[in-house]
Design a protein around this ligand. Structure first.
Ligand code: HMG
Ligand code: MG
Length: 301
């Protein structure tokens, strides 16, 4: 029996996590074309934008229009980031299959990111989760800073578990655990998952790695060793959190596919089509994206 899973599920977060940190504005039409390319690549879930306050993340202020204009495939789940009831109402109007709520395991990052303490955030998210569930939507709870906080340093697995338990109690379907600043090494991943998986089934856990220190692929390997089969990633390695200074983009979907397909793990995603979508957004942004497999592909042309 292989030590690796047969299938791994990737959520493409490039249009949200990827773009939210980019200063150069991408037009709504270009975003829509790009998301349609992603839909055609075989990705089964796309986080298409974010219904946060437009002043906080100007790049995604057209979330509503993007949601209205993208061509939806019936076998793709289209989700969006939602911070509060106002965001949820807008997301409902624009069309979502899934709502992603978010908060941090560390107090200071939570405050800087969503202007509330952890305990002030709970009732807000509780209402959002309840409403989204009542409307039949899938709800994912992001927990940020699960290893390190840019302001407070090390975050313990017990602090992370506390937030996870609350979000599950409010009714999220699953949890995405974020290495927001991309600094974790595999031993930290192992330590966290050992605690979390004693309490929460592994099919409810998604790992969300940023790649600031180049450890994300190693961390994905470690996560799979613990039975995790769901990951978030961003095409080309685009991205970062505007409220986590210096944090790089998510692990590049292109590099994750190279790894997984090389290990004989299925994803249902066509690497070539995803590459074309990566080159498309790279051209629109006018800069080279960090993905190593994309750079290699560019050198072959
Ligand atoms: P606030 O200023 O505390 O909000 O912001 P408020 O509730 O006090 O309302 C103030 C005004 O904003 C009101 O308008 C509201 O209507 C309006 P006024 O009455 O003054 O005219 N407002 C909104 N407008 C549009 N859309 C909304 C909305 N909500 C309120 N949704 C808030 C609180 C959460 C809105 C703000 O802090 C915010 O938008 N933060 C988002 C920050 C962000 O997007 N960060 C990046 C995403 S998280 C991430 O990247 C991590 C992740 O990838 C995982 C990982 O890597 O770890 C998920
Ligand atoms: Mg992120």
């Amino acid at each position: 029996m292989s030590r690796w899973p047969e299938y791994v599920q990737i959520k493409e977060v490039g249009p949200r996590d990827g773009l939210q940190n980019e200063k150069k504005r991408v037009s709504t039409g270009d975003k829509v074309n790009w998301i349609n390319m992603l839909s055609a690549s075989g990705v089964k879930e796309i986080e298409y934008s974010s219904f946060v306050h437009p002043k906080w993340v100007p790049q995604l202020s057209d979330a509503h229009e993007v949601g209205r204009k993208i061509k939806r495939k019936s076998d793709v789940t289209y989700s969006a980031l939602v911070p509060n009831m106002k965001g949820l109402e807008l997301a409902f109007e624009a069309g979502i299959d899934g709502a992603s709520v978010f908060m941090s395991a560390s107090e200071t990052h939570n405050k800087k990111n969503i202007n509330k303490t952890i305990s002030e955030t709970y009732p807000v998210l509780s209402e959002v989760i309840q409403e989204a569930k009542q409307a039949g939507k899938h709800v994912t709870g992001y927990v940020s800073t699960v290893f390190d906080c840019p302001y407070e340093g090390i975050v313990t697995p017990e602090e992370v578990l506390k937030v996870c338990d609350k979000l599950l109690e409010y009714g999220v379907d699953d949890l995405s655990l974020g290495d927001t600043i991309g600094t974790a090494v595999p031993s930290q991943v192992g330590d966290l998952l050992e605690v979390i998986l004693k309490h929460i089934p592994q099919n409810k856990i998604i790992m969300h790695y940023h790649d600031t220190k180049g450890m994300a692929i190693a961390n994905i390997m470690e996560s799979m060793e613990h039975g995790i089969t769901r990951f978030d990633s961003s095409i080309g390695g685009l991205g970062g959190c505007p409220y986590a200074p210096g944090a790089a983009g998510n692990v590049a979907t292109n590099d994750v596919l190279y790894l997984l397909h090389g290990l004989g793990i299925k994803t249902g995603i066509d690497e070539k089509k995803l590459q074309e979508a990566a080159f498309y957004i790279q051209n629109k942004l006018g800069k080279t994206l960090p993905s190593k497999s994309l750079a290699y592909a560019a050198a072959q042309d």
